[in-house]
Design a protein around this ligand. Sequence first.
Ligand code: 1GP
Length: 249
Amino acid sequence: MKIWNLIEETLQSRKMHMTLIDPAKQNLDAAGEISKAAEAAGTDAVMVGGSTGITQDNLDGTVDEIKRRSSLPVIYFPSGANAIARNCDAIYFMSMLNSRNVRNLTGEHWRGAPVIRQLGLETISMGYVVIEPGMKVGEVGEADVVLRDDTARAVGYALTAQYFGMAMVYLEAGSGAPSPVPSDMVREVRRSVRIPIVVGGGIARPDDARSLIAAGADIIVTGTLVENGDFERPLKEIVGAVRDSRTAP
Ligand code: 1GP
């Protein structure tokens, strides 16, 4: 089944959680361990990517190891065309809508697209919007970050993604952000668009996930959580909170 069909189908009955593994942050064995534990915790997919230090070698090695240790779908979450995950199940074909650098809007894309076609990879188009503080991805992506109280601008970008025909919009506070994207912002975006809303960055507690979903998030992404030892229990709690949550009517 195509990953996009799986996402659409799953979202008809419940919200989803995805675990982000950054190939630059741990060795292959640890990446495999994380994917195994993430599958046991009930996560829906592994996203592989990071802002810096991604090479074709560490990317391919990480994807292979995840596939060896779990049966989770693997989605490549790219930072550029310098490396394309050959063995992933799908790739987010994403544009950082609030980057000041055209490289992140379409520049890496025209370089990577022919390779993606050659590899026959499934693409899932996504508008990527960096919200304050943006952390590393905001910095390297040269994002003109959306301020936390500038809900109108977040709504404008989300509508832009939808009107461009993108399948989803990702509201990103940045990996390791001190707090997640504000729930009020997610609520306004939910009122404005019909495409699924992905939220990530700084989601550390089950309550963070619950309030984002209550506000209208469809997919919750956590990464930093699995980069520390003893992550099994907190991961299980967050995934459980996501799978049991409902959006407020
Ligand atoms: C980063 O949104 C993801 O792209 C995950 O963020 O590492 O803070 O969980 P965290």
